[in-house]
Each structure stands twice: as C-alpha cells, then as structure tokens.
Design a protein around this ligand. Sequence first.
Ligand code: PEP
Ligand code: MG
Length: 895
Amino acid sequence: MKYVYFFGAGKADGKGDMKDLLGGKGAGLAEMTRIGLPVPAGFTITTETCDYYFKHGRKYPKELQKEVQKNLERLEKLTRKKLGDAKDPLLVSVRSGSARSMPGMMETILNLGLNDKSVEGLARATQNGRFAYDAYRRFVQMYSSVVIGLPKEDLEARLRAMKNRLGVKDDTQVTAEGWRELVREYKEYFQQKTGKAFPEDPEEQLWGAIGAVFESWMGEKAVTYRRVEKITGLLGTAVNVVQMVYGNTGDDSGTGVCFTRDPSTGEKTFFGDFLLNAQGEDVVAGIRTPMHLNELAKLMPKVYKQLERVRQTLEKHYRDMQDLEFTVENGKLYMLQTRTGKRTPSAAFRMAVDMVDEGLIKVEEALERIKAEDVERLFYPVIDPALARGDLSARKVVSGINAVPGAAVGKAVFTAQDAEAWAARGEKVILVRHETSPEDVGGMYVAQGILTATGGKTSHAAVVARGWGKCCIVGAEKLEIDLAKKTLSSNGRSVREGEWLTLDGGEGVVYTGEIALVRPEPPKAFATLMKWADKVRTLGVRTNADTPQDARVAREMGAEGIGLCRTEHMFFKDFEHPEKSGERQQAIQEMILADTQEARRKALDKLLPFQRRDFIGIFEAMDGLPVTIRLLDPPLHEFVPHDPEKQRELAKKIGISAEAVKRRVDQLHEANPMLGHRGCRLCITYPEILEMQVRAIIEAAIDCQKRKIKVIPEIMHPLTLDKKEYQILDQATRRIADELISKAKVKLHYLVGTMIELPRAALLAGEIAELAEFFSFGTNDLTQTTMGLSRDDAGRFLPEYVDETKAGILAADPFQTIDAAGVGLLIEWAIARGRKTRPNLKIGICGEHAGDTESVKFCHRAGMNYVSASPFHVAIARLAAAQAVIESKKNHKAK
Ligand code: PEP
Ligand code: MG
C-alpha cells in the first residue's frame, strides 16, 4: 500500500478525483500541479494512514517512516534546500485536510524546520533577520500549543509582556532582537512545563506535527463539526507537508482568499480579500481587515492578471465555483489551495442555472448540486419591507460587512456556551463575538444569527455561517464589546445580554429590538431548476395538509395532490373561523365522553357540518387533484382535559357532572397510548365515527361535483393490522359512500385503502391488497413499531446511537432518514406482495421521511407512485425525486 503521494514541478502522484484518499486539499494541490499552476512542492500522507493510526492504537503503518523519508528527500532535491540546513533551510507547513471541507476544525503547523541554527540561515538567505525570527517564534508558539498542548494564553501573555517592555503596540514594530528574546522565553517555558528541551531536530519536529494533525481529527471541535454537519463515513484527515512560501516578506508580498464567483449572490464576478505583508491564516482569522481584489489589481497588476487566469482555468477544470487560497512572495504568485466553495442557497441556485446556460455543466449535474438544505434555506426571512425606513434607522446600532444574507432576530449573548445554554431553554439568540473561532461552532449553530466586530467575508464566522445559510454580519468595527459586563455598545446605544437584536445580513446592519421579518420570494433560478427537476422525476409528489390554507400553500410549492389529511387536526381548531374552534372541541369532547351510542351519535351530528365544510375547502383548493383523507387516528384521551378545573368547566358546558367527566377521563387513561386504542381500532369499536367521517367526505365530494369541481377522494384507514380487520372497515366505508352517491344520483369515483404502519400489516400486505385499492406507508409509526423505539421519547438516547465517537450504531436518525436496512425491507416486501395481488395498487409514503432526500431516493428505488411531504418540504421532495432518477441511471450504467 502506498501511504505518501508527492507533487511538485508539474508532476504529481495523485489527482483531483482522489479526495477520499488525499483529502480535498491534497487532491487540489496534486491537480493544480498537474495542470501547470504555480504550486509549492510537497507531499500528502493519505487518509488511510489516519484510519490505520486510530485503528491500531495510535501507531503508524510500518512502511510510513521510510516513505516519508523518501518523499522528504525528493522535496529537498527539488527545492535544492535541506530541512534544518544552517545556510538556506527548507521550511515546510504541515496541514490537515479531509475529503469534506471542515474549515478551521483541525490543526496546522507553519515554518517547520526552524531551529537555532537554521534560523540564522534563513536570516542570511532572506537578508531579513526580523522576518526570520518572527517566523521562528511563530513556529515555536504553534508547536508548543498544537503539538505539545501547552496553553495558548501562557504563550500569548509572554508576547504581550515583551511588547510592553519594548513599548510597542503592533507586532510589526517588534525587532529581530525582540523576537529572538521571545523565542528564548518560549523555550524556557517549554522546558519548565515538559521537563524537556524544545526539539531542535527537524525530523522530530516533523513527526510531532504529523501526529498532532492526525490527533486533531478526533479533537472535540472536529468531532462536533462532523456531528453538526452530518459528515460520516470518512477515513480521517490527510497530512500535507508543503514547502513554505511567505506572504510577509515585505510590501510586494501578501496572502489572500478568493472565490471564482460571488458566494453570496452567485454572480459571475471575482470575489475575495487580500492582506498585504501577511502570513497564511491572517485573512481567515479575520484579525486585520483586508483589501478587496480590485485594490490588488491596482497594486500588483501582473499578479492580479495571473490570478484571474488561474480563476478561469480552475473553474473550467473543476466546472464549479472554487474557493482559492494564494500567497504572493516577493511578487511571485503561489496557489495554496483550491476547493469547491461554500455558497448561500440562492447563490447555489443561480450558479447551477448559470453554469448550465454557459455550457459548463449539464442539467443533471445542476440538479445533483442542489442540496435539501439549499431549498430549505431559500425561504429564510428578511426584514419586512413594509416597515418604515425612519423607524428602522432610529434603531440602528452599528453596521458591518454583510457576510451572509437573510435576517435574524434574537436575544444578545456574548459567548458560545451562553448561546447553547439559552437555546437549550428555547430562547432565540444572536451570538455576538469579537471574532469567532472553531471553539464557537456549537454556539454559532444554535444562534439565529452571528455578529462579529472584526473579520471580512472570508473570516471564520462568515465561512461557517454561509455554509449553514445563517445570517451573519462581520467586521462591525465600531462595535465595542464588554465581555465582563456582557454588553455591546456603539452609536451611543448599548445593549445588554438578553436584550433583543435584529440583524439584517443583506445590508449588514444591526438594529435594537425585535423587528418583524417576512419570507422572501424565491429567486428566478429556483423556478427554472424546479422545472428541470419535474421533467426528470418519475415519482409523484403530494403533500400532507389538514386545512384548505395548507393545501393552497402546498399547491404553490408544486404538490400534485394530498397524500395525507389528518382529520383529527380538524377537531382541534377551526382554521377558517377561529372563533368557532370552541364549538368543535366541545362536540368532539361530548362524543368521547358519551356513555351510550345514542349520545355519541348526537355529538357526531354536531361535528358533521364542520368536517364537511373542511373537506369542501380542501377539495376546492386541490381542484381535481387526488386527496387522501385519513379517518380519525389519535388516542381519545388526547381530546379531553386532565386538570380538575378544566374538567369542571367542561362538565358545566355539556351538562353532566364533574365526577362523570373525571371517571370517563380516568377510564380512557392508557399506559402506552401509542400502542393503545387508536388508529382504525377506534372505528372498529365506534363504527358511528367512521359513518360520520365517510358521510362528511362523500357529501363534500358530491357538493363539489355538482358545482363542477372535480374531486378524487381517497378514504384511508390508519394502523390496520390485517385483512380481517380491514374488511370490516372497507365494507362499512363502501356501503355508506355508495348509498349517498346513489341517492344523490351523481357519478363519483372514490378509492378506499389503508396505511401500512405496522410490521404485521406489511407482512400480510398480499392479503390486504385483495380489498385495499391503495397503500400509504406511515413510516413514522412503521419505524416506531419495527424498531421498538418510541417516536416521542427516543430522542433522549438516539443522539448517542448516531454519534460515531459514542455508540455509533445507526448511520442516521431513523425517524428522519428511513432505515433502509430494516424498515426498508418490510416496505419492499409489502410492495412486492401487494402488487402481486393487485398489479395496479397505488403506493405512496406519508411519514416525515417523505421530506428527506435519502428516504425519497429509497422510495423511488422501491417503486412507489408518490411521496407525500409537508408543504414546506414539497420542493425538497421534487428535487430528491429527480436526483433519484439521475442516481439510478448512473448506477445502472456502472453495472
Ligand atoms: C405515520 O405514522 O407515518 C403517519 C404519517 O401517521 P401519524 O404521524 O399521524 O401517526
Ligand atoms: Mg401513524
């Protein structure tokens, strides 16, 4: 096995498509070298090595030592420099890089190879003692904290003390002598803390750094980031050992980060930041405010032209927007990284559509590039444009750089820990920081928005927030933050912890107070892309909607029918006439509390007109599209009051004694209501409920039909166990429906079918299909009953089940992404058996999984006719259904 891949002087062992093995950075460096771009030479230790390291008790494979040695010699030969050389030493950076970008989550060591001798060599070779000793102290500092784990604060305190002694403010004012002195102090501190001298041997330094990078893969921030970003299945990080180039050798040097298109809007313009006379991470860290690329064009026209050519080459080559890191050393350009750039959701749509128009990619590729999160985040809110500008400007606190658009409202908090604690209590927060660092990711994730006082559009805060499509303002330089008092102030205003803030990420303005937000219209590219998706997909997409309002929204989102109307939701609230909600509730409560069938029928008669009106509204909204209506499902005790005060009130309203109410409520109590008297068991024991609901549906349909509104009602029975049970329900349903239809003398086509939510029903699907005309998989319950995990309570321990550093038993939450291996097997069985009995059996899914990309792909492969997702997830399902077709085609070709 080969563990190390070399690149340099136009040749590389690796390639751009070897990301899994070389990490994104390693693969990018190899590819850029191959296509002739200016890249410093180096080598990459593979992710397989990292995997080996952790699987073998933190030991390296035998061959590694030799391979590293060989490649180091190759690098020395190519650069004509030697690591640790006393004359003109080779210096390297040692950087992490996994297959998926994890910005700032893992470690980096720069200037490796410096020691007391080679620093003199560097000083002579560059004729810059100050630069050489600055590089040296940076190395000793990084090595001590990253490799050895000495506290950063201790090291920084020594740096501050030294500057105080010298009476200087900026690092740039420190002399060579000052840096030399600091190195001496660092080393003393190192000896004191570790009992050993700081390693002077460059090879020892190198192995220390390699080990630290591998270790950082399992570091807390990296593990948290992977969990939050749902990154699984990677081998580990690669280690890139690359010849150092310097952006801090003077005013013809510098370092920058740029994007080949605007990552916020998607516009095809060159976008980026440049810091003059600065090293490596200074731009990303957001410590100094950088200049725009336009200024670089003026300052270093030749370099800019070359960079512009690199931009075009790389975009064409990778056929996607790239995020580039570069350094200019004494007027010479070096590319240090290329990777697919993170972008806002609307930029993702725009770029995908533009690139198809430009002929850069095919429609299929454009569709594959959009993620479910991109669709979801398109609908992020903005400040209500109807708000008077004057009111708004009176509330302005500060403005900064508009790093990620959208708007956010929350209470100000000043540390990531506070953000997490407040959010856990259900509070909405805005995280306010000087700058953010990878330690803050947990707090950034739960915050509504992020505000930092420093940094540019490529700072840590901006990059991370953009990946999440989370509103973010950076570089609000006039912002004064008092961490001790937990306040911020600017523009004569101050805001304490817990007070409301509103961020306008589009404009980069911060306001006090809780300002009203609205959801925007999706961009033009969204409609284009969704049209493409609809052309490609074969799976139908319906929606789960319980009210005419929801139905209308879902149609606008592209739903082709209703796959699940949960009728019990109609008992809680009257959406068209909220003032009548009480009346409905009372009728249903009367029905449940009734002692006799007669009393129950009386109550049901009161409910009938409400239900009929709801169904008419839904049929009208869906105007000819199929509507699946499920008969009553939940446990009855959910509808009745449990506290004595409310029980007394209800008793008075419906004219029975408080004791009678209490007795009945106690009777209804179940130890395990999820597996209790619910689903179609309700209609088996109280057939009058079925009667009323079927009547309401069919009467509503007849009413619409007479008014020339086309209707296709599908009556659905929940939680069926087997054919015998289903037969009773099926016969009763058809008897009532047919009677009404023949009495009305209309022609009305309707279907009767069932949900498949229990393993037993799935196993016996062949028999059930003898009667049922359609199946709809209720995968919420089917997951719960197959896995024996409560859908309401499993959240308490499921995180441990999906956390790779803990139990790691499941790859994903089975209530979110279908458990294809287990639950999926039952679904496939039921589909095969059902269709064997009834070849034209209509099959869909209406569990929450219908809004999840991977699950939709499973449904496509399983041969379902449609998925039914919540209105907001309809677009995600349409896209996923198209992606499923593309994926199947690819897999078919590969076979
Ligand atoms: C299901 O169980 O998947 C389903 C759609 O029904 P409910 O969520 O209402 O139980
Ligand atoms: Mg269910």
